[in-house]
Design a protein around this ligand. Structure first.
Ligand code: P6P
Length: 325
């Protein structure tokens, strides 16, 4: 068996290279809380069929989607881990209508917006799913309240996602630096496996729900046709899985506005903003088709946004067809 040398663990990365970049121990504690929570979620996801947690709870979450039991369990796991980190002031979550304001939050408190388990409709068929996190630092001296979570995406200090697939990979983005860490379930720690991720210059894939084509407006239909003519289609129906493949292999993900969804389907604060931040730090781009995602001034915690995400040149070309610029 090939002997693999020591790989830097996430803990080692944060206590060494992280500090060299001037990133705070408090932010490191938030990232470790996400990693700790994702290990527990991964165990639940792997055991879902056996532990009889499959299927819907019958509850309806803030977004009106049918809540899967794992959604609820994942939300609880991450809220607990983040609250216990000692550096989180408030949490916004797809599964929770109102923000969670963490008592006794510390001076350098961070604000975390999360989709604890994205793609939950794939849970029952064992298809890759994921968790998504956007991280902002509360303003100095701010008494955190519900409005504190309505932060513009470009003010994020970090973003992360975890993909629970054939392996469990945590991708962490800070300014101009995107790295991937793969979970070794036997050891229970994440090892640095993807240092310095940059989206490849060549776009290989396009990811969109072609079933929506009939409800797209003319320019958007034309933009999707141009993608279909140039690239291979890959569409899992799980945003994190689709984005992760496109980030590593080159690709564009498009869930544009349509006649039934004027604001698109995906959530601004805990899907589009974090993944848009990761994409930009890896040399990519993220747009609604009319505006840079990270420039949007949010009005509601659970608001939606159209999302065109991936290779910068292809996003820009697609956007120019959509908005006629
Ligand atoms: P559609 C999953 O429910 C999700 O929120 C994203 O993960 C995914 O990209 C999208 O919805 C899929 O939506 O309409 O194609 O089923």
């Amino acid at each position: 068996m090939a002997v693999v040398g020591h790989r830097t663990t996430l803990e080692e990365y944060i206590t060494s290279e992280w500090r060299e970049k001037g990133l705070s121990d408090g932010l490191g504690a938030v990232i470790m809380a996400i990693a700790d929570g994702s290990r527990l979620v991964q165990e639940q996801v792997q055991q879902a069929a056996l532990a009889d947690v499959l299927g819907a709870t019958g509850d309806i979450n803030a977004g009106g989607d049918i809540v899967q039991r794992l959604d609820t369990a994942s939300s609880d796991i991450f809220v607990e881990a983040l609250s216990q980190s000692g550096h989180v002031a408030a949490i916004g979550c797809e599964e929770i209508e109102r923000p969670v304001i963490v008592e006794g939050n510390v001076a350098d408190g961070y604000i975390v917006l999360m989709d604890p388990l994205d793609g939950s409709s794939n849970i029952d068929v064992a298809v890759s799913i994921g968790s998504i996190f956007g991280i902002w630092q509360k303003r100095p001296g701010e008494n955190v309240n519900d409005d504190s979570l309505l932060r513009v995406g470009k003010e994020q200090v970090a973003a992360a996602y975890v993909v629970y697939g054939s392996s469990t990979v945590l991708v962490l983005a800070t300014e101009n630096n995107v790295c991937g860490f793969t979970l070794d379930p036997e050891v229970g720690s994440f090892a640095l496996t993807h240092p310095g991720i940059k989206i490849p210059a060549e776009c290989a894939y396009y990811s969109t729900n072609e079933g929506n084509n009939k409800v797209l407006d003319g320019p958007t239909q034309k933009a999707i046709t141009l993608l279909r003519d140039k690239y291979s289609q890959r569409y899992v129906g799980s945003l994190v899985a689709d984005f992760h493949r496109n980030l590593l292999k080159g690709g564009i993900f498009a869930y544009p506005a349509d006649q039934n969804r004027k604001d698109g389907r995906l959530r601004l604060m805990y899907e589009a903003n974090p993944l848009g931040f990761v994409a930009e730090q890896a040399g990519g781009a993220a747009s609604t088709g009319y505006q840079r995602i990270l420039d949007i001034v949010p009005e509601q915690l659970h608001q939606r946004a159209p999302l065109i995400l991936g290779n910068k040149d292809v996003v820009e070309a697609t956007v120019s067809v959509i908005n006629g610029s």
